[in-house]
Design a protein around this ligand. Sequence first.
Ligand SMILES: Cc1cc2nc3c(=O)[nH]c(=O)nc-3n(C[C@H](O)[C@H](O)[C@H](O)COP(=O)(O)OP(=O)(O)OC[C@H]3O[C@@H](n4cnc5c(N)ncnc54)[C@H](O)[C@@H]3O)c2cc1C
Length: 542
Amino acid sequence: MLTNGIRDGNASAASFDLVIIGAGINGLGIARDAAQRGLKVIVLEKDDICGGVSAWSGRLAHGGLRYLEHRDFALVRESLRERERMIQLAPHLVKPLRLLMPFYSHNRRPVWLIRLGMILYDVLSFDKRTGGHEILNTEATRRRFAGIAPQGLGGAAVFTEGQVEYAERLCVELAVAAAADGALIRTKVRVEEPVLEAGRVAGVRYRDTASGEMQEVRGSLVLNVAGPWIDRIFQRGAPPQPRLNGGTKGSHLIVDPFPGAPQDVVYYESKTDGRLVLVIPWAGRYMIGTTDLRFDEDPDGARCSAAEMNYLLNEVNQLIPEAKLSPRDVLYTFSGVRPLPYAPGVVEAKIPRSHVLHDHAPDMPGLVTVVGGKLTTYRQLAEDAVDDAFRRLGRGKVACMTAKLPFPGAQFDAAELRRELTGGGLSQRSAERLIALYGGRARAVAAEARNDKGLLQVIHEGSGAIGAELAFALRHEFAVTLADVLARRLLLAFEPGHALAEAPAMAALIGARFGWDPQRQSAEVESYKAWLSHLAVPQEAA
Ligand SMILES: Cc1cc2nc3c(=O)[nH]c(=O)nc-3n(C[C@H](O)[C@H](O)[C@H](O)COP(=O)(O)OP(=O)(O)OC[C@H]3O[C@@H](n4cnc5c(N)ncnc54)[C@H](O)[C@@H]3O)c2cc1C
């Protein structure tokens, strides 16, 4: 019995070319690429699409200026090329933005090194369509960023990167594209055991997290793409494997616009410890990040600590003296564990950021684990993993097309779409919201209300979200729970108040259309509240 997630196929009976564990950016990138090249694919995810670290990143599609320090030119080139592709292929979700890097006399990195880095960065992104870097003198820096602390300031470099405001939506669209090409996406199923047959991994056993029922799925190749969970997948039935993940925890703080706040992303060297800190304009607010701390516990338990919060607040207050931010200004926080290769004895900032495909032969042939990988380079990682899968499956290689394939919501004429949506009864604000979140798919969202006018109602005043989005999330975007809907489809979890006041009415609206009885509705609201602990502000210092 299939009880949750995608219901259009009997996963247990079928045998797949690829069984993919994990529906983060990397698992979904692989699923999309593999399905598009004709492989039979299933994705198994314990939580939800983008339920892991893909939602807890700095949300930048960046070349990794910092990696130049480690002379990792290949990774920088790859990242810059992929950043550019993301901006071209998903322009509704990935936008260019300017970063400002101040030169301070206390910086450990000398100005000449940053200038050289900027030139290299431009050379390595020779095919970009966005502008190159500029060097500003002190006055021009202060004109551009009036709030910046003037002591020791000697100018700044300004350059362009990409911002993935909502990585959740990027992941959802990858899932939609993969499913359109025939991939099965199953959420709320936790992989627990390998199926071992004749000395090979022939599939996996997984638990339906709602019913507790165990099921089995077979596949010619199993890809473990569980990000920071890669070493925790098989709780039973697998021979001991080497440790692969050496993840570090990173936290971000979210605050409202504050006195002296910059218009650009500011990327600067901490006066305290020389680390690079970011102040990022994000969704009308500011993200401040990040930290880099060894973390060996279950990544699900990663939360921002009071010490991290104080460190980050102190860094911003030093950069922008009039900010005077205190724990009371922190609206919420989030933390994630970077899926980095295990590198004992290596300083956190120096752990390699490139990805590796780890073959578990001879102990467990048929199982490959993807180690590492950034949000920015997911497409290249997927191409490499699928090329490798074709080789292992002994199939004639089919060319990868994803470097040219737009995202499902990418192609639309904004003016025409706006006219259409407002002509169909939506306010200007709701129309803008739908276009920003769904791109060209906004039309399909609004169509949910065609025969159900109740879905045109605004369900959240602050954002202008409408009822049709709820129905669309459940019908067309693999959402199963209220938390899936609010945290990873409509993104209302990130609005002030987290839409908690409106959550019961939303559960009722869904209930009336999808058969959630009152008991289920209140259970959904309660589990959404429990999920909100991911955004908690550490109390001991507040
Ligand atoms: C603080 C921080 C800042 C970052 N900033 C950036 C940035 O600005 N730009 C950038 O490019 N990258 C950034 N990254 C890195 C980036 O977020 C990750 O490398 C990327 O999201 C990894 O994606 P993934 O799909 O491999 O892992 P995940 O997104 O974690 O996906 C793995 C999935 O596997 C699932 N799973 C786990 N166990 C099981 C199981 N037993 N059965 C089924 N499913 C399971 C999880 O629920 C999860 O959904 C940052 C990371 C951090 C922590």
